[in-house]
Design a protein around this ligand. Sequence first.
Ligand code: CMC
Length: 393
Amino acid sequence: TGMFTYDPGFTSTASCESQITYIDGDAGVLLYRGYPIEQLAENGDFLETCYLLLYGELPTAAQKADFDYRVTRHTMVHEQMSRFFHGFRRDAHPMAVLVASVGALSAFYHDSTDISDPQQRMIASVRMIAKLPTLAAMAYKYNVGQPFVYPQNDLDYASNFLRMCFSVPCEEYKVNPVLSRAIDRIFILHADHEQNASTSTVRLAGSSGANPFACIAAGIACLWGPAHGGANEAALKMLGEIGSVDRIPEFINRAKDKNDPFRLMGFGHRVYKNYDPRAKIMQKTCHEVLGELGIKDDPLLDIAVELERIALQDEYFVDRKLYPNIDFYSGITLRALGFPTSMFTVLFALARTVGWIGQWKEMIEDPGQRIGRPRQLYTGATSRDYVPIARRK
Ligand code: CMC
């Protein structure tokens, strides 16, 4: 059985070569195509980041205008898609709806599934980046029982998404530029993160030559888990459960207790053993959003700040290099923006779609690409003879 290297959780196995995203977990550095996440989040917009991740370079003004136009042209979803939504229960989790509806896109776009054709790969990519906000907003609207809102293509990507989520037919909707900038920045922060579980899932699914829409649906399914994209939802739930600043020590002690499965959600990261650089930008964005909305005292923010302060002084967290990750402050921000917790992971999926596509495209274009096929160390029964049921004890 000693033929293969056993590496549970793939902590030391590189599954691919990639030129997209670089993380130095010890230094707290995250680069997209060499550009620091801080600079992209501060100066650029999400579609520029999408272009960068997909093509490897920042776009010129003309390339950017062309890319924005192409994405904008594909924001509508087929009208028949809305009938799919009506088959779900009203209280269906929007992640369940998103997995299903993105998977269903593969049944609508037969023309962009010949993955050997670069042109078709690009059309499929643009379609997904364009349609994810529309599908995510529809999942939300269906949940709250309001009519779907069609995209409005003279708006930028983030503003259009906010409008599709929060406008209602009986009222005029005005986009607040501070809030749409915040959403845009959240999208940039989540756009890619090298070979995490969902991205590896997309690569593995894609390695068989599967339809790209189905591959992204597989990524969404993986992202859903609380140890991954579900952590922002879990972090906010935890802050609510803690309820008041004086109960923080009780929860810190539970997180340290090895007999208690409880963990501090939004804390710790497989790769970052220093402050998650995204968490810093997220914290700043959180304060900006609360400031813009005039929310002076958010009890959950008070709990979060105090929890972070106490944990970062505690030997347990210091020794294990456990710092807040991106999900720690994103939940508070998204809640302030008006999103229910069930939508948090949906927004993560929307933003990560470009990263998944970029990684999928890189893999397909790699001449050395083969189907992903991990091996195992077999620990089951050795060969034995079949026993007829009447003779089994
Ligand atoms: N609270 C308490 N203890 C923790 C935590 C936590 N949040 N995270 C890790 N530990 C402890 C863990 O018990 C272990 O202790 P010991 O060495 O004594 O057994 C040690 O730290 C190492 O943890 P691990 O589970 O081996 O680390 P991992 O790399 O397998 O897991 C993680 C990384 C992110 C899944 C984990 O830190 C965790 O469960 N965090 C909470 C969930 C979370 O916030 N996830 C979001 C990740 S960032 C966004 C994304 O990528 O989706």
